[in-house]
Design a protein. Structure first.
Length: 485
């Protein structure tokens, strides 16, 4: 019997039945499988569920249109440890009013580094606070001021300088700085006086190698900047498989996996697989549910929870629900599989623990008298429906992804059997016969197959078989899942 096999194509496909085929067709459908959840350090994410299977036998006629869309498998959730280092540069903006100043009465150190906020001879106390990015270690701080100053550098407070503004160097302090951002608070006082009465402060900071890393003049010029490198976790939930979109915009795709918490190395949830859908002349005949995505792993637990092939839905929509994202440390929930009712979302318990998997979508077969002859649904991809052992399906479809692996796509097999009957000449043209009878024992009996002797051997008479290359059409009524939560 001719069997036509179809894998995921990202398209809705159609076959128009030509003349010369038997009145019954059989289809086997498998939904796309769910992706595995992401890992957390040595803890594995949960496996995705396999796509479920459906078998349906139905009546067909010439010019009927069989329409189908094979569901895509969901991708796997990332592990936060799979992120990357990101370097950001920050430039310090000085407080308004502070400017570089010089004076003939000062020494070279003040004239090189002094700054002041106010008039040239204005008395009073001025201050500002800024930040410095320290690489750690023993630093040298050199300070001169006119008239006096009290300063803080991170944990070191009360560093005073005054009366040394005529010298070529400042007062030197040697202090240990921690690594990271530390606050500098500079406070300078200019006493009252007549005539030439400038105010100002000069500070130079050198790192343990003796290199100047910060000065008061760098501050007012806005040229002090620092770079910090932080690790940004990937936090990518698995993408739900793409699936059929009907005329009412109902989507049969899988839900996206929920992202892991922003802290630690937790795993995000796997994406749900899309359902595989079959229609006849625009009427829905069968839906094979997509597998749920595995839950992302958290460290304070055993391995992540695997998704089950048993359908689980609290969903009135056909699209699988998106997995729940984690707000704190811990794994993200798995996405639900697409189906006649999309699979429920995987949720995230409190704490740094593994999240729950998404539910597998609900399969469906129509009950249409005069069209559907028989049907059956199967839980699990490994439950191979009767009759498919006549071809090799292999292990490469509808199989749930393990931790850190995508689920494989769904599959569809269509059995269309050409008639084994001769042609008759009618009106000057040869036409195929749909029914042929012979009288045997006084009763008319239908002839199912006919043979002709060619070269001494009997050969079966067959009509032209279906040619998918010429009979198959497709469109773009297809899209991603994960659009509803």
């Amino acid at each position: 019997m001719p069997l036509y096999n179809f894998r995921y194509s990202g398209r809705t496909q159609r076959i128009t039945i030509p003349r010369g085929f038997k009145r019954t067709a059989t289809a086997w459908l498998w939904g796309g499988a769910g992706g595995g959840g992401g890992n957390d350090a040595g803890i594995s994410g949960g496996s995705g569920a396999c796509g479920n299977a459906v078998k349906i036998e139905f009546e067909i006629a010439e010019n009927d249109v069989i329409e189908f869309a094979v569901g895509q498998g969901g991708t796997f959730g990332s592990s936060n440890s799979a992120g990357s280092n990101v370097t950001r540069t920050t430039t310090i903006v000085p407080d308004a009013g502070w400017n570089a100043v010089t004076n003939y009465a000062w020494g070279s150190f003040m004239n090189t580094y002094a700054i002041w906020s106010g008039g040239a001879n204005e008395a009073g106390t001025k201050s500002f606070t800024t930040q410095f990015n320290s690489s750690g270690g023993l630093h040298t701080i050199e300070i001169a001021s006119d008239n006096s100053s009290v300063n803080s550098f991170g944990p070191h407070t009360g560093l005073r300088a005054g009366g040394n503004f005529t010298r070529s160097s400042g007062i030197i302090f040697t202090k240990e700085f921690p690594t990271g951002l530390i606050d500098f608070t500079i406070q300078v006082t200019n006493d009252s006086g007549g005539g030439n009465n400038p105010g100002g402060i000069a500070v130079v900071v050198k790192n343990p190698s003796g290199t100047i890393v910060w000065t008061t003049r760098m501050y007012v010029a806005g040229t002090y900047s620092y770079s910090t490198t932080t690790f940004v976790p990937a936090r990518t939930g698995g993408t739900g498989g793409s699936g059929y979109i009907d005329a009412s915009n109902n989507r049969y795709g899988g839900g996206n996996g929920g992202v892991a918490g922003p802290n630690g190395a937790s795993g995000s949830g796997g994406g749900g697989g899309a359902a595989t859908v079959l229609l006849l002349n625009g009427t829905l005949l069968a839906v094979a549910g997509g597998g749920g995505g595995g839950g992302g792993a958290g460290v304070a637990a055993s391995n992540g929870v695997a998704a089950s092939a048993t359908p689980s839905s609290d969903n009135i929509n056909t699209v699988g629900q998106n997995g729940q994202a984690k707000s704190g440390d811990g794994g993200g929930g798995g996405g639900g599989g697409g189906g006649q009712n999309g699979g429920r979302r995987g949720t995230t318990p409190s704490g740094d623990v593994s999240a729950l998997p998404g539910g597998t979508g609900v399969s469906y077969t129509a009950s249409i008298p005069g069209t559907v002859i028989s049907s059956a649904t199967y839980t699990g991809r490994d439950t191979v429906p009767p009759g498919v052992d006549s071809f090799s399906v292999g292990p490469t479809f509808a199989t749930g992804g393990t931790a850190g692996a995508a689920g494989t796509d769904g599959y569809l097999v269509l059995q269309l059997e050409p008639l084994s009957l001769p042609y008759v000449k009618q009106g000057g043209e040869w036409e195929s016969t749909e029914n042929l009878y012979i009288k045997a024992g006084g009763s008319w009996v239908e002839i199912i197959e006919t043979y002709v002797k060619v070269g001494g051997r009997w050969r079966q008479v067959q009509q032209d078989s279906l040619a998918p290359a010429t009979q198959l059409s497709q469109d773009f009524r297809f899209g991603t899942g994960g659009t509803r939560s």
